[in-house]
Design a protein around this ligand. Structure first.
Ligand code: ZN
Length: 435
C-alpha cells in the first residue's frame, strides 16, 4: 500500500470510529472483508488440537475490545508475533440522569473520561455516539450502536469581556463549565422536550437495524461527545494529519492493516483493548483476562501457554510525545522525537514502559529491515513518566514487550497532530514483524 492510500484509509477509519464500540465494529467489518471469521467467547473453539494452516479469526468482548489472529504454524514451538493498541480516547461521557435545564437551555451533564485536555473542547461542533441498551416490543433486551453524526451541541467559551483574565489564568471547573448546550427550550412542554431517553428512543426507532422490532424503552447507555470536524492532512507541504483520537486509533488502524495484509509465516495477533485511558483495570482492559483467556484457549494447557509465551513477542503501539518547538525544554535534549522521523521506542528505567534492551534491539532491527528511521524517548529525569498497555500486558502474561509509538503533538486534545509519514513507517515495521 502507498502512503496516500494508507493515510486516506486511516482518516476514514477514525471518522467512522467516534467511540471504542464503533472502532471495534469498523475493525470487525474490515477483518470480515479479509476472510477473518468471528469466534464467540461462549462457544467451544477446539483450536488447540488442530494443525494451523493460515486460519484467520477474531473475537470481541463488550463490543469495545477486539483480538484478531492468524495461525500459520505450531504455536508452542513458534509463539506469536503480537501487536497491541487501545480503542479508547479521552472524552466527555453523558451521565445517567443527564438533563440540566438552565435559563431555558437544555444541557447534558457529562463525566470526564480519562485525561482530557479540556480547553480545546470549547467552541467545537459536537455530536454524540455510543451504545444504547433497550427493551424491544417482544420484551427482550437489545443493544444498538448509535451516532447522531450531525453537530447537536456546543460548549461555548465565556466571552473575554466577561472574563478579562481568561488568557492569563483560565481554569476549567469540570462540574460547572462543561455541560454542552443542546437546545433552547420552548416556552411550554419543557419537560417533554428535555427528556433525553425519549430522544434516544426516537433515534433508535428511526434506525434501520431496530425498525423490525421496535424499541419500547431505553434502559441504559454509554454515550460520549465527539468533534464532527473530519480528520485532514494539513501543513504547507502536507506534513501532518490533524484529527481527534489519533491516540490511539492511529495504532489500531496501523496494526490492523499490517495484520490483514500479512502474507508472512509467523503466527500473527492484534489486540486492541478498551479502558487504557482510565488505567486498563476492567473486564476488557489490558489488565483484565481477555487476551490471556484467548491465548489459553489457543494453546490448550498451562504448560503449552507458558512455552508459547516464552517464544512470543509483543509490540505495544501507543503514540509518543514529539518535541514541540515552542516547549522544547519539556523534553530531554537528547530524546526529543521529531514528527515524520520515524516511530519511537519508549524507554523508562522504572518500568512505566516495558521496552528492554532485547526487545528494543529487535524493534530497531525490524526498522532496518523495513528501511524505516527510528527514534527513542526517555522522559526528562525531573518529570513523571506516562504509561500504556505495554507494561500491563507484559506483567499479566510475562511476554517480551517493546513500547513504541509515533510522535504526536497535543496528545489528549480534541484535535491532535501526527506526521503523515510516521504511521506509514510504523505500518511497514509491523508488516516486517509478521513476515
Ligand atoms: Zn494512548
Amino acid at each position: 500500500m502507498q502512503n496516500e492510500d494508507f493515510v486516506n484509509g486511516l482518516m476514514a477509519f477514525i471518522a467512522s470510529s467516534p467511540t471504542p464500540f464503533h472502532a471495534v465494529r469498523t475493525m470487525a467489518d474490515i477483518l470480515e472483508l479479509h476472510g477473518y471469521k468471528q469466534l464467540q467467547e461462549t462457544d467451544e473453539w477446539q483450536l488447540h488440537d488442530r494443525e494451523p494452516s493460515g486460519e484467520r479469526f477474531y473475537v470481541t468482548r463488550n463490543d469495545s475490545s477486539i483480538i484478531a489472529f492468524q495461525l500459520n504454524q505450531s504455536l508452542v514451538e513458534n509463539g506469536l508475533c503480537m501487536v497491541g493498541a487501545h480503542t479508547d480516547s479521552p472524552c466527555l461521557k453523558v451521565k445517567p440522569n443527564p438533563e440540566i435545564i438552565n435559563n431555558q437551555y437544555l444541557q447534558l451533564g457529562v463525566e470526564v473520561y480519562g485525561g482530557v485536555l479540556l480547553n480545546p473542547w470549547f467552541d467545537r461542533d459536537l455530536s454524540l455516539a455510543g451504545r444504547v441498551s433497550y427493551l424491544n416490543e417482544s420484551g427482550s433486551i437489545e443493544h444498538q450502536l448509535i451516532d447522531f453524526k450531525k453537530a447537536i451541541a456546543s460548549i461555548p467559551s465565556l466571552a473575554i469581556h466577561l472574563d478579562r483574565e481568561a488568557n492569563d489564568k483560565h481554569t476549567v471547573d469540570k462540574q460547572k463549565h462543561l455541560p454542552p448546550i443542546l437546545m433552547k427550550l420552548p416556552d411550554s412542554d419543557i419537560e417533554q422536550s428535555a427528556d433525553f431517553k425519549a430522544l434516544l428512543l426516537k433515534i433508535l426507532n428511526a434506525n434501520e437495524d431496530t425498525a423490525q422490532c421496535k424499541a419500547t424503552r431505553v434502559l441504559d447507555y454509554e454515550l460520549s461527545f465527539y468533534d464532527v470536524q473530519p480528520p485532514s492532512v494539513i501543513g504547507l507541504h502536507d506534513d501532518f494529519i490533524a484529527s481527534a483520537r489519533l491516540d490511539n486509533l492511529l495504532s489500531c488502524y496501523t496494526g490492523l492493516m499490517a495484520l490483514i495484509e500479512n502474507e508472512g509465516k509467523q503466527n500473527a495477533l492484534l489486540v486492541c483493548n478498551d479502558h487504557e485511558e482510565v488505567g486498563s483495570m476492567s473486564a476488557v482492559g489490558a489488565q483484565g483476562p481477555f487476551l490471556k483467556s484467548v491465548l489459553e484457549r489457543l494453546s490448550g494447557s498451562d504448560e503449552s501457554t507458558t512455552r508459547m509465551l516464552a517464544n512470543s513477542v509483543l509490540i505495544s503501539a501507543d503514540n509518543a510525545h514529539g518535541v514541540h518547538p515552542n516547549f522544547a525544554d519539556k523534553h530531554d535534549a537528547n530524546h526529543g522525537p521529531l514528527i515524520n522521523s520515524g516511530p519511537v521506542i519508549k524507554v523508562n528505567a522504572n518500568q512505566r514502559y516495558a521496552s528492554n534492551s532485547e526487545t528494543g534491539a529487535l524493534f530497531k532491527h525490524l526498522c532496518d529491515l523495513a528501511d524505516v528511521p527510528v527514534q527513542s524517548f526517555v522522559v526528562r529525569s525531573d518529570m513523571a513518566c506516562g504509561s500504556t498497555i505495554g507494561p500491563i500486558t507484559a506483567s499479566e502474561l510475562g511476554v517480551k514487550t517493546v513500547d513504541v509509538g509515533v510522535p504526536t503533538f497535543a496528545m489528549h486534545s480534541i484535535r491532535e497532530l501526527a506526521g503523515r509519514w510516521d504511521a506509514f513507517y510504523l505500518y511497514r515495521v509491523l508488516k516486517q514483524l509478521f513476515m
